[in-house]
Design a protein. Structure first.
Lengths: 361, 288
């Protein structure tokens, strides 16, 4: 009985903990951001193990990917299941420019972003008139097409062999070290998150949210729905391309295996876990899902099993994600709760002692 | 050579047709897409792998057991992924089934191993020859099994009470509920039926390709969704037609384009049809 009551109190406790956290972070926003920035700068000098810096760098890549996908899924309410394809296009553009044309990393990086954005715009124009489920399948199909083309266009992409020997970027003549990779990815991630933040709080962001909430109403308010959708898609793909370019120069070897559809699902899981539509949520989701398999090494084999489970549990039990915003998975208040939630959180019916019992006819 | 390609196309088409039916039943009753269909196909294939190993190498034993396993898996999936999400946006259910698909595929990889397992070849004797092409018994059996299931489904949908309930629910589940139909049970049954079709397709695939592996369902799942859209997502005859056509077109396309690109055909059809004729070849007009 004791245990049962304690269990019942957990949701309330979690709720108040989250409220306290929210209040805390709202009150001390600037100091927290400064603390984070200091942490980014100091981190590689405090924890110097190459393994930790590597994990942190990969985490940075996923922060960029999740934040960018959040523009499509979270802000606009569109479902792109092909984000890894744009990540891959960025990586291949950058790798080919560097190995075939000898282009410097600093030019290849924005070029990769632009090429990915161009593909994003193209795919967006072709598919964004479709309804949600069909859009999801078409983008997934695009991801699969990209993979097949990479594997088969041997003269250009070297097919299943992948591209090896991608040069190490140089910073004014000094080649990159582990630490400089970290600073670069941290810088890119900060710029991405800031960019996403600025977009969200601009005219564009408001238009996107309006489209997510009610497309018809947005249209009748004079918002060019299709144009904004394409814009959102293009922006997200730009950041994905940047992440891909960084990944190519960081890993120094790429092949189609790094950009499978499962990679898209990984990024979606991050966004869903953090909370769709929340900028902090995407970052939190990316950080947790990169660190989790690293912290529990025995989970490595179960990584995707875990991601699948997390995806299911988030949608069924906690559609708002960790940060708990009203995301795209949230259903209207009037609908009944999922049966499993109802079962777990059903309140005991305690007779109200202040009211007269019975005989109130 | 051409005849051979067409025969191969029809054989693969029966797999696509079964999976496309699975999509069409779920979409028809719930207006939802079950992404885990490919995983159910994989489960069907693994079921037959173990049945052949431990119980009997008879194809029909595998088919029966896999159909039951598929049905039960479908019921579980419906209970977990769809029932709790009824009323939620369709996309949330789709993402949820993607979660299931990841979960099932990877669980299979952990339990059964990631490597490709080889199935014994059976029924490889030549049944007869048409236009200089050998047709093996397995191909005949596959086409027949798919045909029997298709006819059986039509009978079930149009001649039984349950079929009537399914059709009523697919038209308007609220009104169907008011007319005294047990909507939950009907939907569960339809879902189980769809999953059983996917399981049966998996068994046939395991016997036809002589191999099973954990991610075997992903590509056929996606392609047969294309086939279902191609033929018309709301129509079972459409799904069947789409499945067979996709199989044949894919095999003929290999004559023109490099075989590495064959998997692209389905996606191109998907995109073109969604943009140009979203109702497919035979489907009802659906609001896009």
């Amino acid at each position: 009985m004791e245990l049962k009551q304690t269990l019942r109190r957990i949701p309330t406790l979690l709720g108040s903990a989250r409220a306290a956290m929210a209040a805390f972070s709202a009150r001390y926003r600037m100091p927290l951001v400064l603390l984070l920035l200091v942490g980014i700068v100091v981190f590689p000098h405090v924890i110097t193990g190459p393994y930790y810096i590597r994990v942190a760098t990969i985490m940075g890549i996923y922060v960029i990917l999740a934040s960018s996908l959040n523009i499509i899924i979270g802000f606009t309410g569109l479902f792109s299941l092909g984000h890894a394809a744009f990540y891959g296009i960025g990586a291949y553009t950058s790798a080919l420019l560097a190995t075939q044309a000898g282009v410097s990393f600093w030019i290849a990086l924005p070029a990769a972003g632009l090429v990915a954005a161009a593909f994003g715009a193209l795919i967006g124009v072709a598919t964004l008139r479709l309804r949600a489920v069909f859009l999801a399948f078409t983008t997934l199909g695009f991801g699969e097409i990209t993979r097949i083309v990479i594997l088969n266009w041997r003269s250009f992409t070297r097919g299943p062999l992948g591209i090896a020997g991608i040069p190490v970027p140089q910073f004014f003549g000094t080649p990159f070290t582990r630490v400089s990779y970290w600073y670069l990815v941290a810088g890119l991630a900060v710029v991405t998150v800031l960019g996403v933040y600025r977009v969200y709080h601009s005219r564009i962001g408001r238009a996107l949210v309006a489209i997510r909430e009610d497309e018809l109403a947005a249209r009748s308010m004079g918002i060019h729905v299709f144009g904004y959708k394409v814009l959102a898609f293009t922006m997200a793909c730009f950041f994905a391309g940047i992440a891909g370019s960084f990944f190519a120069h960081f890993q120094r070897f790429i092949s189609a295996d790094s950009f499978l559809n499962t990679e898209s699902f990984t990024i979606i899981t991050m966004v869903a876990l953090g909370g769709t539509g929340s900028i902090v949520g995407a970052v939190v989701g990316a950080v947790i899902l990169t660190l989790l398999p690293e912290m529990f090494r025995f989970l490595v084999e179960f990584r995707m099993v875990l991601y699948g489970l997390i995806l299911i549990m988030v949608i069924v039990l906690k559609p708002g994600g960790i940060v708990g915003v009203k995301g795209v998975f949230e259903k209207p208040k009037s609908q009944r709760k999922p049966w499993i939630v109802e079962k777990l959180t059903r309140k005991p019916t305690i007779p109200d002692a202040t009211q007269p019992q019975g005989g109130t006819l | 050579m051409l005849a051979q390609q067409i025969i191969n196309g029809i054989t693969q088409g029966s797999l696509f047709a079964l999976l496309a039916i699975s999509f069409a039943i779920v979409y028809g009753t719930l207006r939802l897409v079950n992404f885990a269909t490919g995983s159910l196909y994989m489960i069907g294939a693994y079921t037959s792998f173990y049945v052949v190993r431990h119980v009997s190498s008879n194809l029909f034993v595998s088919l029966a057991i896999a159909a039951v396993v598929g049905f039960v898996m479908g019921l579980i999936l419906e209970r977990l992924a769809f029932k709790s999400l009824r009323g939620v946006s369709r996309i949330a259910s789709l993402i949820c089934t993607i979660g299931f698909s990841l979960f099932l595929n990877e669980l299979a990889a952990v339990i059964f191993g990631r490597e490709t397992r080889v199935m014994p070849s059976v029924y490889t004797g030549t049944a007869f020859r048409i236009a200089g092409t050998n047709i093996i018994w397995l191909q005949v059996i596959m086409i027949l099994v798919a045909g029997v299931i298709v006819i059986g489904l039509q009978l079930l949908l149009f001649k039984t009470k349950m079929g009537l309930s399914i059709r009523a629910v697919s038209l308007d589940y609220k009104t169907a509920g008011l007319m005294g139909i047990n909507v939950d049970r009907t939907i569960s049954f339809a879902f189980g039926l769809a999953s059983a079709c996917a399981g049966v397709a998996g068994v046939l695939a395991a016997f036809y390709y002589n191999s099973v592996f954990p991610v075997m369902g992903t590509l056929p799942g996606l392609k047969s969704f294309s086939a279902a859209v191609f033929g018309g997502l709301t129509s079972i005859p459409g799904a069947i037609l789409g499945g067979y056509l996709l199989g044949v077109i894919e095999n003929l396309a290999v004559q023109v384009i490099s075989s590495g690109y064959r998997d692209i055909v389905g996606f191109i059809i998907l995109v073109v049809f969604l943009l140009v004729r979203p109702r497919g070849l035979l489907g009802r007009k659906i609001p896009m």
